[in-house]
Write a protein that binds this ligand. Sequence first.
Ligand SMILES: Nc1ncnc2c1ncn2[C@@H]1O[C@H](COP(=O)(O)OP(=O)(O)OP(=O)(O)O)[C@@H](O)[C@H]1O
Ligand SMILES: [Mg+2]
Length: 200
Amino acid sequence: MAKKVLFYNAKGGQGKTTLAVNYTIFSHSAFYTNEYKVGTEDLYKDKITQGKHPERFNVITKDDQKLAIADKSVFDFGGSLDGRIPAVARASDLCVIPIHYQSKAELRPLFIMLSAIAEFNKNILIVINNTESVFTDSLLEGLASETKYPIKVVRHSSFMTYLANDGLTPFELDIKGAPKKALTNIQNQLSDLFNFIQKY
Ligand SMILES: Nc1ncnc2c1ncn2[C@@H]1O[C@H](COP(=O)(O)OP(=O)(O)OP(=O)(O)O)[C@@H](O)[C@H]1O
Ligand SMILES: [Mg+2]
């Protein structure tokens, strides 16, 4: 069972925070981020702590030498590999790498980043997230031939944006008039991903 899970990609806008916060809530974990003053706290702190669990939202700054880490922890880390990321990657049971793929220009940086993380932890899960369907299949094929890591897919869905905009996870949504099939689809993809992570 994975108790400590890192969501990491050096690049922005990949879906790290969206997936990490959803997984934190799903797994009742404590959340740790290295994103300081970029809005993560404003957007998600109350959602994660529910006014009852203040210890579940934590910002790790560069100055933190030691931090009491909860038994079940989710790390949402972005940016370059400063000292915190190797330490957190080593301490994690699984490193989840979300990729919002837009073109082949991203492939080489992706492979470089994967090998950088693999130096600290080889338990890696790639998540093709929020990516146009036309690219998803060829990326799945390309990644499968170049890497041995498991791969999951979370498709683009407008239901994913409710978390930032309305503080609601896709599991909490039941929107009148919304196509039920589309909501069920994204819920199933997230359940599949989160159960895989939890059982890893
Ligand atoms: N599967 C998805 N479908 C639709 N929108 C998504 C999906 N995943 C993420 N998004 C949207 O993409 C945007 C970027 O997501 P998010 O903030 O989670 O990325 P990030 O990797 O944490 O970025 P940053 O490095 O800036 O912190 C957000 O507007 C989010 O709502
Ligand atoms: Mg983020």
